[in-house]
Design a binder for this molecule. Structure first.
Ligand code: MLT
Length: 331
């Protein structure tokens, strides 16, 4: 038989009623997350966005107390995965980790089935990754000056892999062709993970990709590297010259990444995600792994919704006139 005093019965009734009395946002946060969280990566497994996302997801899962599962939805330069998240229920259980493509897509794609500017809540920046210009092992150039010569001589005979229109590798490839003043043949993949496999296998010639995907392949000698695309050398690849040092002055491009939830996600949940992201970005193992891969986490202040939103909007504004002047659209 179950019995209780009047006082205990009153306390129990008050406790049961409490969640209903909480304001909406506090209630949303109190119940969140109540099942596994999925992070959609809009590129293939094994590539740089995937690598960063899996490292972040592992620590976020510990902090959130629920599994955080990474799902790869590659294709169409990252827009298929982004669309999946923009159209997901805004309850914080389906998220997106995407990169600089969030800045270029609004100008590159004039027709999309989702709103690339207003379809998401920014939860925080993650990292800004340098890129490297690399080639298959037996490519007939041994430094950047020789690469420029071969690209100018062989033009469309040279294949340059990328992860689709709007991908970081696509943007870097466009900038490289503009700097070299030539045009080569581009080969799109669902991500630079599979592009790297083909580069190592020798079926494509060139790739411009993030150090998070290239450092290991460069140091093991699986591919040939010509330059890193930042103003300073990278500590994970200290012998690799910058593009400026190697003969393309001012050739600089790096790739920022951020965490997003669908538009309309409760602010309390977005803030909870931001706090979990901050925990991940100060995790010693994550910082050490990032360093091995040639990158660093952003500061704790940058891993906030406000800083991320500001950075993202500024990047959209930066790319719009460049893409419009080039007149190169994805559709
Ligand atoms: C890109 O070029 O945008 C990336 O390398 C995509 C990826 O993560 O595969």
């Amino acid at each position: 038989m179950i019995s209780m005093t009047r006082r205990r019965a009153l306390a129990l009734a008050t406790a049961l009623a409490a969640p209903a009395l909480l304001p909406g946002t506090a209630r949303a946060q109190a119940n969140y997350p109540n099942r596994p969280v999925t992070i959609i990566v809009p590129f293939a497994a094994g590539g740089p966005t995937d690598v960063v996302s899996r490292l972040v997801a592992e620590v976020m899962a510990r902090d959130l107390g629920q599994p955080v599962v990474v799902e790869n939805v590659g294709g169409a330069g990252g827009t298929l995965g982004a669309q999946r998240v923009a159209q997901a229920r805004p309850d914080g259980h389906t998220l997106l980790i995407h990169h600089i493509g969030m800045g270029t897509t609004p100008s590159l794609y004039r027709r999309l089935a989702y709103d690339p500017v207003n379809g998401f809540e920014a939860a925080g920046l993650i990292t800004e990754v340098p890129m490297t210009i690399i080639a298959k092992k037996d490519f007939p150039a041994n430094n950047l000056a020789e690469l420029v010569q071969v690209m100018r001589q062989r033009k469309l005979e040279v294949n340059l892999a990328n992860a689709g229109v709007g991908a970081a590798s696509h943007i870097c490839g466009l900038l490289l062709q503009a700097a070299v003043q030539t045009q080569v043949t581009t080969v799109p993949y669902r991500g630079t993970g599979p592009a790297m496999t083909d580069l190592i296998g020798g079926t494509v010639d060139l790739l411009c990709d993030q150090t998070t995907n290239t450092t290991q392949q460069i140091t093991s000698g699986a591919v040939k590297a010509f330059a890193v695309t930042t103003s300073a050398r990278n500590s994970a690849l200290p012998n690799l010259p910058t593009a400026s040092e190697a003969g393309l002055p001012g050739f600089e491009v790096s790739v920022w990444h951020g965490l997003y939830a669908p538009k309309g996600t409760d602010a309390a949940i977005v803030n909870r995600l931001s706090r979990a992201l901050q925990v991940a970005l100060r995790d010693e193992r994550l910082i050490a792994r990032f360093a091995e891969l040639g990158t660093t986490p952003v500061s704790q202040e940058q891993a906030t919704p406000e800083a991320h939103r500001r950075y993202w909007q500024a990047d959209i504004a930066k790319w719009r006139p460049i893409i419009q002047a080039a007149g190169q659209y994805a559709d």
